[in-house]
Write a protein that binds this ligand. Structure first.
Ligand SMILES: *Cc1c(COP(=O)(O)O)cnc(C)c1O
Length: 369
C-alpha cells in the first residue's frame, strides 16, 4: 500500500481469508458457517466482506437489523441472511428482501405469523431464539407449548433453525455457567423438536464458542469478531490477523513552550518544551474522548505518540517530542502491530467497541496484504 495521505481504514481481505480458514479448521466437516456482518461488518464494509465470504464458501450471514440485510441484498448477495434483532416495523423489508427473522418472543411470533399470512407466504423461514442465560432476547422453555400451538395453526412459516447465544464463552472462569447454557439449549431443542415434529438446525456458538466449546458447535457456528482478527485470547490471536488498519497523517506540527496548552479547555499544559502533531481524526471518526489526556496513542515511524489533551470532533493532537517525524508522515492508529484489542484496553474497553466505532466518514480502502 502507498503511505496514507488522509484518514483511512484499510481492509485486508487476505487477513479475512486467513481468519475464515483458521476458524473453519476448528469445526467438523458439514457444520455450517454463519458470518456475522452486522454494524458494517464490525466497522469495516459489509458488502466487501460479504462478497469475499461468499467466495470462501460461507453458508449464512447474520445482521442485527433488517436495513443491514437490505444493503447486502442491494449488492446482489443471495446467501441466506438471518436478522438477529427483528422489530415488527421491519417485517415488510424482511419479507420483501427474503431476509430471515429471528423470532424471540410470543409477540414477535404472533405478529410475524399474522404478517406472513396476510402476505400469503407458505413456509416462510424463521429462526427461534432461546434465552439460556444471557437474558437479552429469547423465548424460555415454558414458551414451547405456545410456539408449537401457534405453528400447528399456520402454514405461513417454518422453523429453519433454533438458536441461543452464550453470555461468556470467552471467559473460562465462567465455564460452568457456559456448560449450563449449552445443556439447557440441548434440552430446549429436543423438547422443541418433539413438539413441532421436525428438526430445525441448531446453533449457539459465537467466535469464542467455536474456540472454547466444541460441544456447542451443533449444526452451525456464528462467527463475528474472529473473522475480523480477534479471538478474545492471546494464543488464538496468534492465528488470526486484524482485517482493519486505521491510518491517518500528520497535518501540522507545533512547538509548544513550557506553560502553554494544547486543545480545548487547555486539556494539556506543557511542563517542558513539547512538539505536538495534529492529526485529522477525532471523536466523529471513532476515537472516543476517553482516549484523551494520554490514555490513547498512535504510532508514528514505529514509535508511540500519546494523545495530548482532549480529543476534538475532527482532530487529535499527539506528543511527538521524541519522535523523528514531519508533516505529511503516515500515522497508524490500530492494525496488526498496535491492535484494536491493545488500544481499547487502555480505556477498559474491548476490540469490538473500537473497531465498530470507525465512522462512515472514514474512507475505506481494500487491500490484500
Ligand atoms: C454479534 C453476535 C454474534 C457474533 O459474536 P462474536 O463474538 O463477534 O463472534 C453471534 N451471535 C449473536 C446472536 C450475536 O448477536
Amino acid at each position: 500500500m502507498p503511505k496514507a495521505t488522509e484518514t483511512l481504514l484499510e481492509i485486508n481481505l487476505n487477513a479475512l481469508d486467513n481468519n475464515y480458514k483458521y476458524l473453519t479448521s476448528k469445526i467438523k466437516p458439514g457444520t455450517k458457517v454463519l458470518a456475522v456482518v452486522k454494524a458494517f461488518a464490525y466497522g469495516s464494509d459489509s458488502v466487501v466482506i460479504a462478497k469475499e465470504l461468499v467466495e470462501l464458501g460461507v453458508d449464512y450471514f447474520a445482521v442485527a437489523y433488517a436495513n443491514e440485510g437490505e444493503t447486502l441484498r442491494n449488492a446482489k448477495i443471495e446467501t441466506p441472511i438471518l436478522v438477529l434483532h427483528t422489530l415488527p416495523v421491519n417485517f415488510e423489508v424482511i419479507v420483501n428482501r427474503c431476509l430471515e427473522p429471528s423470532i424471540y418472543s410470543r409477540k414477535t411470533l404472533e405478529e410475524f405469523i399474522a404478517f406472513s399470512e396476510e402476505k400469503k407466504q407458505i413456509n416462510y423461514p424463521i429462526h427461534l431464539k432461546f434465552n439460556t442465560g444471557l437474558n437479552r432476547l429469547g423465548f424460555v422453555e415454558n414458551d414451547i407449548p405456545f410456539i408449537a400451538e401457534m405453528l400447528s395453526k399456520t402454514k405461513s412459516v417454518k422453523v429453519k433453525s433454533a438458536f441461543s447465544h452464550l453470555a461468556a464463552s470467552e471467559d473460562l472462569k465462567l465455564k460452568e455457567f457456559t456448560l449450563g447454557q449449552i445443556e439447557m439449549f440441548q434440552k430446549i431443542s429436543e423438547e422443541l423438536i418433539a413438539k413441532i415434529g421436525y428438526k430445525p438446525f441448531l446453533h449457539c456458538a459465537n467466535t469464542s464458542g467455536i474456540i472454547n466449546y466444541p460441544e456447542a458447535h451443533f449444526d452451525m457456528v456464528r462467527t463475528g469478531i474472529g473473522l475480523y482478527g480477534f479471538g478474545n485470547d492471546k494464543e488464538e490471536n496468534k492465528h488470526l490477523k486484524p482485517v482493519g488498519t486505521l491510518k491517518t497523517v500528520i497535518s501540522q506540527i507545533h512547538k509548544v513552550e513550557n506553560g502553554e496548552s494544547v486543545g480545548y479547555n487547555r486539556g494539556f499544559i506543557a511542563e517542558k518544551a513539547t512538539r505536538s502533531a495534529t492529526l485529522p481524526i477525532g471523536h466523529a471518526d471513532g476515537i472516543p474522548r476517553s482516549y484523551g489526556k494520554g490514555k490513547g496513542w498512535v504510532t508514528i515511524n514505529g514509535k508511540k505518540a500519546h494523545i495530548l489533551g482532549n480529543v476534538c470532533m475532527d482532530m487529535i493532537m499527539v506528543d511527538v517530542t521524541d519522535i523523528d517525524c514531519e508533516e505529511g508522515d503516515e500515522v497508524i492508529v490500530f492494525g496488526p502491530s498496535t491492535t484494536a484489542e491493545e488500544l481499547s484496553a487502555a480505556i477498559n474497553s474491548i476490540s469490538y467497541e473500537l473497531i465498530t466505532a470507525v465512522s462512515q466518514r472514514v474512507k475505506r480502502v481494500i487491500c490484500r496484504n
